[in-house]
Structure formats: C-alpha cells, structure tokens
Design a protein around this ligand. Structure first.
Ligand code: HPA
Length: 279
C-alpha cells in the first residue's frame, strides 16, 4: 500500500508533528472523544486514500491529533485487523504514517483473553514481549528503508516505557502486572487446547492485534509500549462461552481507570533519546 497520498493530506491538515501515538483497542475508543480532541484535528480513516471504513463493532476509525496532557499526540480510535481480510500493509499503515510524521513513541492497546489463570478479568497488563502466532510477518516484502532488513526485536516493548507505565499505574493505585502477549489471527476465539498450548509456550494473554503494529513501529525506529485489557479468561478456563460483546463490556468497565493511567503516563512521559533509526 502506498501511504504517500495519506501523508500528503495529513501534512496539509495537521498543524504539528506529534511525538506520541496511542492506538486505542476495542472498548477504549471513547478516549478519542475527550475534550482535547475537540480542539484538535480529527481525520477519519475513510478520508485517507487507501484506507477503508471500520467494520468491527467498537472500532470507529479515526486519528485525532491534539494536545493532550501537555504533549502533542495522535489518538487513534480503531485499527485494521488481519482477520478482516486486510493485507498486512494496511494493518500496519498507520505505523508507517506515524514514522513518517516523526512520532517517537507509541502505546498500543488492545483487548485480550487471559492465558495465565492468575490474571483478573477487568485488569490491565503491561506487554513485556509477544509471541507472534499470526503465521506471517508484516515486514515480508521489499525492505522499507531506512529500517533494517533484519530488525532486532530483543527490546521490542521498551523497558523504559514499561517502567513509566508501571509508575503511572502506581499513581492510580493500580499494581500493573507484566506479561507475554500471544498474537493470533482470529476471528474465531481459541480452542481450549490452543489456550493450554499458548500457556505452555509462555504466554499470559492472547489477542488478535498489536504484534504486527509493534514490529512495524519498531522498524520505523519508534519506542513501543503495549497494554492489554484482560477482558475474559481464555477459552476453557471457565465454563462460559466467549463473546465479542462480553469483551467490549469488560473493557468499558475499566475505561475510566485506563484513561486516568494513560493521562498520567502521557503527562510524565520522557522519551529517551539515543541511537535510533531516523527517517
Ligand atoms: N482471544 C483472542 N482475542 C481476544 C480474546 C480472547 O480470548 N479476548 C479479547 N480478545
């Protein structure tokens, strides 16, 4: 997918370069309707060439460029999922765009199921690392310079940002756990046997997004952080069948706590400078 036409539109419409991007997962999109976005610039996905309208309930599809907690940021509500049949180039196109706009750090959020039985439904989990079970990699194809052909993923979820999330959580009386996110394609939920297998592999949570975006954001030279909202126990852990509506309802119950933590995180945010790939 060619992102140049979208970049041109954004450069015309957005009066500043954001330093941070936040991708709001299922149920968290309401943060993009906060007062700050009203005085910022909102671009709907449908107005960007190459982008399509969102199809999943709970995802509206827009980028809100605004000043938020004293930082210039972009809040993205909705995302493209591989299970919708989109190519990886579209799934990760927002990351390419943010890279081009000079975004230095990104917070990816999502809804996930617990693989680790000690996690609580309705809690937030800081992503420490991921296991990509989507069967493909978003960097397949010609390398997009100046990103590396074989980028290092050993500190994918940046340690410094994870510590800052921990601090923001503590300031909101939330002791945030850290864990490994397993990315699957969906759209079917896992079988109980898959949940057992992913647990044995070292996973704590499972979801249908984030890993491709994290890989491409890193390839763009951004510092990456991720937070999962644990919306349900993985299939087979409890007797109850899983449903997307239950997932959305759980993330809505924690949306206020999530917003408070995100606000603290952004206000305190210090983006470390150091050797990084520049575009
Ligand atoms: N599995 C995969 N994705 C999810 C889940 C789950 O249990 N819950 C929310 N997103």
């Amino acid at each position: 997918m060619d992102i140049k036409p979208a970049i041109e539109i954004l450069r015309q419409k957005v009066p500043f370069a954001p330093e941070l991007a936040i991708v709001l997962g299922s149920g968290f999109g309401s943060l993009a309707d906060c007062p700050e976005t009203k005085s910022g610039t909102t671009i709907n996905f449908r107005d960007l060439p190459g982008f399509t309208d969102q199809t999943v309930i709970g995802h509206s599809g827009k980028m809100c460029f605004c000043e938020f907690e004293k930082k210039k940021i972009v809040l993205q509500a909705g995302r493209f999922h591989f299970y919708e049949g989109h190519p990886m180039s579209l799934v990760t196109a927002p990351m390419r765009i943010y890279g081009c706009l000079g975004v230095k750090a990104i917070l990816l959020t999502n809804a996930a199921g617990a693989l680790n039985p000690s996690l609580d439904v309705g809690s937030l989990l800081i992503i420490k690392d991921h296991i990509n079970m989507q069967g493909t990699n978003p960097l397949i194809g010609p390398n997009i310079e100046p990103g590396s052909r074989f980028p290092d993923m050993s500190n994918l979820y940046d340690k410094n940002l994870r510590q800052q999330l921990q601090v923001a959580g503590a300031q909101c009386n939330q002791n945030l756990k850290e864990g490994v996110y397993v990315a699957v394609t969906g759209p079917s939920f896992e079988t109980p046997a898959e949940v057992n297998a992913f647990r044995l592999l070292g996973g704590d949570a499972v979801g249908m997004s984030t890993a491709p975006e994290a890989i491409v954001a890193k390839h763009e030279g951004m510092q990456v952080a991720g937070v999962s909202c644990i919306c349900n126990m993985g299939a087979g852990i409890l007797e109850t069948p899983l449903s997307h509506m239950d997932v959305l309802n759980t993330s809505k119950t924690i949306a206020t706590v999530f917003e408070t933590i995100v606000r603290k995180f952004v206000r305190n945010l210090v983006i470390a400078t150091g050797p990084k790939i520049l575009r």
